[in-house]
Ligand binder design. Structure first.
Ligand code: RIB
Ligand code: CA
Length: 312
């Protein structure tokens, strides 16, 4: 029985690879819908990009909804410097033909969680947590109906990537993150501590290109584009492939190692806004609220990713 998921996303080349990984695994995952949120680029673009990716996967039937166009309390911060002006720069992709669903993504989240049996739907946020937090605020009854939230965001040892203290997804909407992390819903966190160990090195990217398929070529060209920023910044052998770690966890959790700890979100300080204060060393008596990942079998991750992308 495939696991039911909703992917909440701000594509973003790495979001796009995560969506392809999920759609390439129908025997494991049933994607009930994709909800777009403002993040890497504004909402109009993330909602368009999500549909472009579904069409790359040959899945124009997937329901894609547009959600919140700005964070709860701050003005939107975007990341065109990483993802390009379209948010999906690299290969030229046609304008999507599949429709955007009518209705707001937040209402889709609420309605789906109410309609599906309690404890059967997993939420997979890959961008700022605005849609998720808004749904929890609008319909508190869904808190007990979510099976698990598996998200990409935050950092402890890696600290920050958009500021010295904060990771982008949490930084863009720290108030939303606080609502999610205090919700009591079981949370699995894929922080920069893990994603910075999942670098798309040249051999790993060539493996995508050598698949000899359109999706393989497109993934390789997305990487060719977005890796330039991180390789320059970190002097690394490749860019971290952040968001697919969320989907990989659902497919092969043993690829990851982490700790069940307390994680709280800084929302008051301008200097450290969006910092995930992770009690990794358990120095406080604050109750654990998240399985915070610290390590990944990177070779296993890329082997899974390549094998699944090959299926598209
Ligand atoms: O900090 C990395 C995260 O921010 C990833 O989800 C990337 O897509 C961007 O949204
Ligand atoms: Ca993202």
């Amino acid at each position: 029985m495939p696991r039911k998921i909703i992917i909440d996303t701000d594509p973003g080349q790495d979001d796009a690879v995560a969506i392809l990984l999920a759609l390439a695994s129908p025997e494991d995952l049933e994607v009930l819908g994709i909800t777009a949120v403002a993040g890497n680029v504004p909402l109009a673009l993330t909602a368009k990009n999500a549909r472009k990716v579904c069409e790359v996967a040959g899945r124009p039937d997937v329901k894609v909804y547009a959600g919140c166009d700005r964070p709860l309390a701050h003005t939107l911060v975007t990341a065109e410097h990483v993802h390009g002006k379209t948010g999906l720069d690299g290969p030229d992709l046609p304008e999507p033909e599949m429709p955007l669903q009518q209705g707001h993504a937040v209402d889709f989240l609420i309605d789906t969680l109410r309609a599906e049996p309690a404890g059967t739907v997993t939420l997979c946020p890959l961008g700022p947590l605005t849609n998720i937090a808004t749904a929890l605020q609008k319909a508190p009854d869904i808190v007990g109906r979510v099976r698990e939230i598996v998200l990409m965001g935050g950092a402890y040892f890696q600290v920050g990537n958009i500021t010295p203290a904060a990771e982008f997804n949490i930084y863009v909407d720290p108030e939303a993150a606080e609502i999610v992390f205090k919700s009591g819903i079981p949370i699995v966190v894929m922080p920069l501590d893990v994603t910075h160990k999942a670098l798309v090195t040249a051999p790993r990217n060539e493996a995508f290109r050598h698949l000899g398929t359109e999706p393989g070529r497109i993934v390789a060209e997305w990487t060719d584009f977005f890796e330039r920023f991180d390789k320059e910044k970190y002097g690394s052998a490749g860019a971290p492939l952040h968001d697919p770690t969320v989907i990989a966890y659902l497919l092969k959790p043993d690829l990851f190692r982490g700790r069940h700890i307390n994680v709280e979100i800084e929302t008051g300080s301008a200097l450290t806004r969006g910092m995930t204060v992770a009690d990794w060393w358990r120095v406080t008596d604050r109750a654990p609220n998240a399985l915070f990942m610290g390590d990944i079998d990177a070779d296993g991750f890329f082997a899974l990713l390549t094998e699944r992308i090959a299926r598209l």
